[in-house]
Ligand binder design. Structure first.
Ligand code: PRT
Ligand code: ZN
Length: 212
């Protein structure tokens, strides 16, 4: 029988809620640690555990049919995938932040600054949309320390509570994007896989409805 292949985050902020959502959909998966993949016992579903950054590519290539990943990652990676459902967890925003001592009133204040971020594609689009010229410095982690060490004047990073910014003497000045975990799917699914996806989606929507 044909199986639906789903990619979820191997470890990190979305892992537990992704597994929990599948459980709430009545899907039993034995989640062995350090396993690359596993199968559901009561639904034709194969589960791949991957780094979130790799998930859009796997879906575009059809190695996975669907996946659970932050919308921020889908947009940054610019892969051809369909966002089929917002999942209501992993909520955050991608925001511009500057040192709290900097005078900031409008987005024009970002003109000619150096902005550190792990999201160069999304930040570039934001700057273009607002007609701002600035220098983007791509760094992969600990973006919030960049202004303090003189590497950048501003940062653009994910924020949820805001405490990381606060602890680093930064203030949030622009929301670039609001994000949450989404179910993304391959553009060209086989008819059998589309039927399985519809079945899974129906259950996900029922779970979401029950929570409201
Ligand atoms: O190992 P892998 O590559 O799979 O994981 P990762 O380390 O790249 O990602 P991970 O697990 O940190 O985040 C996965 C996804 O969770 C992100 O892509 C977002 O869609 C979502 N998410 C939700 C967040 C946050 N909230 C969040 N607060 N991702 C990161 N953060 C970080 C942020 O970068 C900053 O360092 O948390 C810090 C800020 O948190 P506050 O609460 O202090 O504001
Ligand atoms: Zn990642």
């Amino acid at each position: 029988m044909m199986k639906l292949k789903i990619a979820i985050q191997k470890s990190g902020r979305l892992h537990d809620d992704s597994i929990k959502l599948l459980k709430e959909c009545g899907i039993d998966i034995n989640n062995g640690v350090n396993k690359l993949k596993t199968e559901a016992s009561n639904f034709p579903l194969e589960v791949f555990f991957l780094r979130d950054d790799d998930i859009p590519q796997y879906i575009e290539d059809g190695v996975a049919d669907i996946g659970i990943v932050g919308e921020n990652v889908v947009l940054e990676k610019k892969k051809q995938v369909n966002i089929v459902e917002k999942l209501g967890f992993g909520k955050c925003r991608l925001s511009m932040a500057v040192p709290k001592t900097m005078e900031y009133s409008t987005v024009k204040d970002l003109e000619n600054t150096r902005i550190a971020t792990s999201y160069p594609v999304i930040v570039n689009e934001f700057l273009q949309r607002n007609g701002i010229k600035a220098e983007i410095h791509e760094i992969s982690g600990s973006v919030e320390i960049a202004p303090g060490i003189g590497l950048a004047d501003a940062i653009c990073d994910l924020v949820s509570s805001g405490s990381t910014l606060f602890m680093n003497g930064l203030k949030e000045v622009e929301t670039v994007l609001k994000s949450e975990a989404v179910l993304a799917a391959c553009h060209n699914l086989q008819p059998e896989q589309q039927i399985l996806l519809d079945k899974l989606l129906f259950r996900i929507q029922a779970v979401k409805k029950a929570k409201n």
